[in-house]
Every structure is written in structure tokens, then in C-alpha cells.
Design a binder for this molecule. Structure first.
Ligand code: ZN
Length: 331
């Protein structure tokens, strides 16, 4: 395969004063940042990974006739590698821009946090036993003194906050945890646009499944956003719809597709929960790993996709079984 040299997939206006900047990072991974413009200020939603500001955002903004140094603020949907890790590089290129992130995600600056996250999911799925704990503790100790992944944010935003960009363009911050504890979505009422980062992860597709750290919070999040009046929903990735629509080749969801995306995300969240509850009810004494396998099978059947062996599905099932206190712990 030829080496990638073009990092911008799309840079286009998607709603009133809102543009989508879909950029590649690495050879095969892609994500979308968003530009929100008001009469007096411009904001960027997420900065991608460390190389994204220079490699992806500068040329993407240029396609729209904008310069990175004209951006006033960065609002991060959450603290993951492809969303906030570009903050340091962004501030070098746009020195007067300020960054903000929900306080509950600032722990993700620390390199041991991700290791902790992945380990917790494998334990929940019943796929590792206590013997893995020692190796994990050593891994955390090795990471504890590593440099932070991104600089301390200049400010913390919280649910209920609003950012005024001038001329009636306002960003309403909605705390939408579940993917991470500090995940937020940004609602732009003038454009009826919801920019959701990884907070709403659609349905399951081949090799894809919602990546969740807290299944109970996620269910509340996807219920809460159903009330919003949306004409555009812009997640950070091309999250799939329920079958038969399935995968789509853009993160942009307009009109009926925007509303369908919210509905599909909710139905899928409820199917993940139902699969776990049904598995527990069918054999309350099954070992954790077997109960998780059964939960994943039932969820896949409800959605209409084969989820066998999907580690994200196993983790979500395991987290639900923990939440209902329904599975013996350990492998
Ligand atoms: Zn994420």
C-alpha cells in the first residue's frame, strides 16, 4: 500500500457556521474535528493526535480559507489520543488559543490512565485472572513518571456551560459520560447541530462496537440527548447505523439521518444492557467469562450482527454484569 501523504479527507461546511474537518492520523485511522464560527470568535472541537494540528488541521482550515492562528479556543470532547493529544502542538501553532476539557477527563493526561482503563475492561469481561494484576501493577509503575500526553487545559468546562462566539452563535456544553467520565457533547442551537465526539457511538458493525468505560452512564447519556432538536449530528468517527443501513462513509449526519443516528444509538445501548441481563437470568451461576460470551451472543442477535470475539462487546457486557451485581468475579 502506498504511504499516505494527504491527511485531509474532507473540509466542508455542514451547518450554519459549522464546518467538519475529517483528517487522517497514521496510515489507516481517521477522525473529524469541527470548526464553529461566530461573529467575534472561532472555536475548534478537538485537535486530533500529536501530529494532527500541523499535518491535518492547517491544510483542512486552508481549504476553507481559514488559518489556525485565527482560532480562539479549543474545546475538547474528551481526553483520548485522537481528540486532546494535539492540544500541545495546536497551542504552538495558535499561541493565543485557549483549551478547555471537562475536569473528569484530565486524568487521561497521565500515561498510566489508559493502561488502567484497558486492564479494567479485560477484568470485567472475565478474560484475565488475578495473575495479570502483578504484571499490570509493574506496567503502571513504569508509566507513572512518563511525560503527560497533553498539557494541562487552560480551563475546565462542565455540563450547563455556554460559550458565546458572538452574533448569536453559542455552544452549549452537555456532559455526556459513558465513553469516558468527562466526555462532553457540544450543541450549537442556531445551527441545530450536535457535535458529539465519541459520546454517541452508534450501533455495532463488522469489527466495530461502542467503546465504553461506564455502561450505566452511557445509557443515561443516550437517553438524555434524544430531547435535542437536531438537524445535524457530527460524531468524531464514522459510527455505524443499525442494520440494514450499517456503515456510512462519512461522520456527517443530516436531517432524518441525524435523528436516526440518535435513535439507533439508544436502541443499541438498550440491547447491550438487555443482552447482559438475559444472560444473567438464563444461568445465574455461570462463570464470568461464559456469562459474558452469552451476553455478547444475545446482544449481537438483537442488533443483527455477529459480535463473537469482539473485545469491546465483551467489555461492555462485563461492565453491565458488574453493574447489576450479577456475575461471579475472576476468570
Ligand atoms: Zn475516545
Amino acid at each position: 500500500m502506498a504511504e499516505r501523504t494527504e491527511w485531509v479527507e474532507r473540509a466542508e461546511w455542514v451547518a450554519d457556521g459549522v464546518a467538519m474537518l475529517e483528517i487522517w492520523f497514521g496510515q489507516t485511522a481517521i477522525m473529524a474535528c469541527y470548526l464553529i464560527e461566530g461573529a467575534s470568535r472561532r472555536a475548534i472541537v478537538d485537535t486530533g493526535t500529536t501530529s494532527s494540528p500541523s499535518q491535518g488541521l492547517v491544510p483542512a482550515l486552508a481549504r476553507l480559507g481559514r488559518r489556525i492562528e485565527d482560532i480562539d479556543l479549543v474545546v475538547n470532547t474528551h481526553g483520548h489520543i485522537d481528540h486532546a493529544w494535539g492540544n500541545g502542538e495546536f497551542k504552538r501553532l495558535a499561541p493565543h488559543a485557549t483549551t478547555s476539557l471537562h475536569a473528569a477527563d484530565t486524568f487521561l493526561r497521565h500515561p498510566d490512565a489508559l493502561a488502567r482503563f484497558w486492564h479494567r475492561r479485560r477484568v470485567a469481561a472475565g478474560d484475565v485472572g488475578p495473575e495479570a494484576a502483578a504484571a499490570h501493577a509493574q506496567q503502571l509503575a513504569d508509566l507513572a513518571h512518563a511525560d503527560p500526553h497533553f498539557p494541562e487545559p487552560d480551563a475546565n468546562h462542565a455540563g450547563g456551560d455556554a460559550v458565546d462566539l458572538g452574533g448569536g452563535q453559542v455552544i452549549e456544553i452537555i456532559h455526556t459520560p459513558g465513553h469516558t467520565p468527562g466526555s462532553c457533547s457540544f450543541y450549537v442551537p442556531r445551527a441545530k447541530a450536535l457535535l458529539s465526539g465519541d459520546s454517541l457511538t452508534g450501533s455495532a458493525g463488522s469489527g466495530r462496537f461502542p467503546l465504553l468505560s461506564d455502561v450505566v452512564a452511557y445509557r443515561s447519556t443516550v437517553l438524555a440527548v434524544q430531547r435535542l432538536d437536531v438537524e445535524f449530528v457530527g460524531p468524531a468517527h464514522r459510527y455505524p447505523f443499525r442494520p440494514p443501513l450499517g456503515a456510512v462513509e462519512t461522520p456527517a449526519r443530516h436531517g432524518d439521518l441525524a435523528r436516526r443516528f440518535l435513535a439507533d444509538t439508544l436502541t443499541t445501548a438498550l440491547d447491550i444492557e438487555a443482552g447482559a441481563v438475559e444472560a444473567w437470568q438464563s444461568d445465574r451461576h455461570a462463570p464470568r467469562a461464559a456469562m459474558v460470551t452469552e451476553a455478547v451472543r444475545r446482544t449481537g442477535e438483537r442488533i443483527g450482527v455477529d459480535l463473537s470475539g469482539n473485545e469491546h462487546a465483551r467489555a461492555a457486557a462485563g461492565l453491565w454484569l458488574e453493574a447489576i451485581g450479577g456475575a461471579p468475579s475472576g476468570a
